[in-house]
Ligand binder design. Structure first.
Ligand code: ADP
Ligand code: ADP
Length: 233
């Protein structure tokens, strides 16, 4: 579960807050879709969940963001790896290793798990994401959809309860985007993972969403609710 309590973010030197008045809950095992025009604070909002904001970006976070009860301001992003996984638009920017299965193992390295558990989790994740046949492949040789699945897999092996994605399909063609969305649906339905995802091509994903979070414009409060009801306004 993700909980925002009257969250605002003000970057140093900026005249206005980048984000203001976010007060909402994404319940366990639901998919929430974050929408709004460019520059309205979507990446900032996602960053408050992963802990990137304010730890790496600077600025002031007011209010409180908790992920499965852990306050993201008082934990370093590294300390949240087993709670929240984060994937951005560009899978290439994400990778730390060169080969698919090494990448899946890498995310668990700081968790102190027994080697046998790590091996089992790599196997499970390869199967879950349909990557078993690609395990030995150089990541650089994969298609965009395959790369994005590897990026998602690499944050799943620590078994986070929450997954945060910033426009994960925006660099993909429609077929590859469908591959990634199908994986997210499986995570929500089969593993009860909570997903918060920003996406600008709303029509592509709105039918997967349990909740829509709308950032209407700079400085305006977030609105959230049932996708069909919010879309009808
Ligand atoms: P979106 O993801 O909706 O495009 P962002 O969260 O990236 O919006 O940006 C919201 C506002 O905050 C923009 O005006 C942007 O220029 C500003 N901003 C984003 N990151 C930083 C940062 N690290 N330092 C200062 N200003 C920032
Ligand atoms: P271990 O913690 O030793 O790896 P398991 O591999 O049996 O133990 O996984 C424990 C539980 O985690 C299983 O019920 C499994 O369904 C669930 N699980 C598997 N993958 C994920 C995931 N990505 N996120 C959350 N739970 C997961």
């Amino acid at each position: 579960m993700i909980r925002f309590e009257e969250v605002s973010v003000h970057y140093e030197g900026a005249r206005a807050p980048a984000l203001t008045g976010v007060d909402l809950t994404v319940p366990e095992g639901e998919l929430a879709l974050l929408v709004g025009p460019s520059g309205v604070g979507k990446s900032t909002l996602l960053g408050t969940v992963s802990g990137l904001v304010p730890h790496f970006t600077g600025g002031t976070l007011r209010g409180r963001v908790t992920v499965d009860g852990r306050d993201t301001r008082t934990h370093r992003p590294r300390e949240l790896a087993d709670v929240v996984g984060t994937v951005g638009q560009d899978p290439l920017a994400h990778f730390v290793t060169d080969v698919v299965e090494d990448e899946l193992a890498y995310g668990m390295e700081s968790l102190g798990l027994p080697p046998e558990t790590m091996r089992r989790r790599v196997e499970e994740t390869l199967d879950l994401l349909g990557l078993a046949e690609l395990r030995d492949r150089p990541i650089a040789s994969l298609s965009g959809g395959q790369m994005q699945r590897v990026a998602i897999g690499s944050v799943l092996t620590p078994h986070p309860r929450v997954l945060v994605l910033d426009e994960p399909t925006s660099a993909l063609d429609p077929a590859a985007a469908e591959e990634v969305l199908a994986v997210l649906q499986r995570l929500v339905h089969d593993l009860g993972t909570t997903v918060l995802m920003a996406e600008h091509r709303l029509e592509r994903v709105v039918h997967y969403a349990d909740q829509l979070v709308l950032l209407p414009g700079p400085g305006e409060r977030a609105r959230s609710g049932d996708p069909a009801e919010l879309m009808a306004v």
